[in-house]
Design a protein around this ligand. Structure first.
Ligand SMILES: [Zn+2]
Length: 314
């Protein structure tokens, strides 16, 4: 018997499956499939060979199948306790990998939807599908990079969900950037930060709050005394340059009420490092002081990057 049972067809996404038996339904009911996966209240009939890229399925399918196994449409049926939408992403990847990676590649202008990414990561972690997990982790890292100065606005949405996902699927390397991304958002703007208290656990929420306070303290110290170093004697700026440099640092880093971000200090410091003398205040600075100024700037960026994990108690 090669056709899906009519009952199954009716259940399919609430739609009737195509009558043309040669057609492959978009919902993965293949007439020549040899295993049925029952997930939530839906099912798909797929090929075992496709599932063997999962180490868990590969081991399971190697075992002799019990003769009294559930049988649907002439195939053994396996019930999976996952989300149907997560499996749809994975089946899409298994069957249309090239299409998926081309369509979803952020480098070709179509960013991956976070829900697809989290579905792919959950299933690939649980069923040990190394290639898919590697892809999902690299996608996560492109949003929440290890090098925190590379964090862009792409990392702002879903930062709280990413923290939960990192905990669930063991991807701790994205945590510093995800926490930092949450801490730089203004909660009253209905951005991600404004919802994180309902998404995050209480311990992680406390980490966001304490990290945010730590970042604000760090900024405050700079604005109060722009040319001081907390760990060393102040750099020997000349008396003529000090007022200009102090004004420059304060102008660049004083919080702006109209900014959509609370305190994105790493991005501000990076912008200052790239400014390279275009600011009129910097053009009056003597060469030795300019050197000291950029040393201080890079030193602060390095210190801040190194402090983030500690500030968020990671
Ligand atoms: Zn000077």
């Amino acid at each position: 018997m090669a056709s899906p049972p009519s009952k199954r067809r009716r259940e399919w996404h609430g739609q009737v499956a195509p009558e043309d038996e040669d057609a492959i339904t978009p919902s993965f009911w293949f007439k020549d499939g040899d295993i049925v996966l029952a997930i939530e209240d839906k099912s798909c009939k797929v090929h075992r060979e496709k599932l063997t890229c999962s180490l868990i399925f590969s081991d399971m399918l190697d075992l002799p199948q019990p003769t009294d196994a559930d049988n649907v449409d002439g195939c053994p049926s396996v019930t999976l306790y996952d989300l149907w939408r997560d499996w749809m992403v994975v089946l899409e990847w298994l069957y249309n990998r090239e299409y998926v990676t081309i369509q979803l590649s952020p480098f070709l202008g179509k960013p991956v939807i976070f829900d697809s990414l989290s579905g792919a990561l959950r299933i690939s972690t649980k069923y040990e599908i190394p290639k898919l997990r590697d892809w999902a982790v690299s996608e996560l890292l492109s949003r929440w990079p290890k090098e925190l100065e590379e964090l862009s606005t792409r990392g702002l949405p879903h930062a709280a969900e990413a923290i939960n996902l990192a905990r669930e699927c063991d991807v701790p390397e994205i945590l510093p950037a995800a926490f930092y991304a949450l801490a730089i958002q203004k909660w009253h703007c209905y951005a991600e930060g404004g919802r994180s208290h309902v998404i995050l656990g209480s311990v992680d929420l406390r980490r966001v709050i304490s990290g945010r306070e730590g970042l604000q303290d760090y900024l405050l110290q700079i604005v109060i005394d722009p040319l001081a170093r907390s760990d060393n004697p102040p750099p020997p700026f000349c008396a003529a340059c000090v007022p200009h440099l102090e004004r420059y640092w304060r102008e660049r880093l004083t919080p702006n009420a109209t900014s959509p971000y609370a305190c994105w200090l790493l991005r501000d410091l990076l912008a200052m490092a790239k400014e390279d003398g275009h600011n009129p205040l910097l053009q009056t600075i003597c060469a030795p002081c300019s050197f000291l100024h950029y040393s201080l700037l890079y030193d602060r960026m390095r210190t801040l990057k190194q402090s983030v994990s500690r500030l968020f108690q990671l």
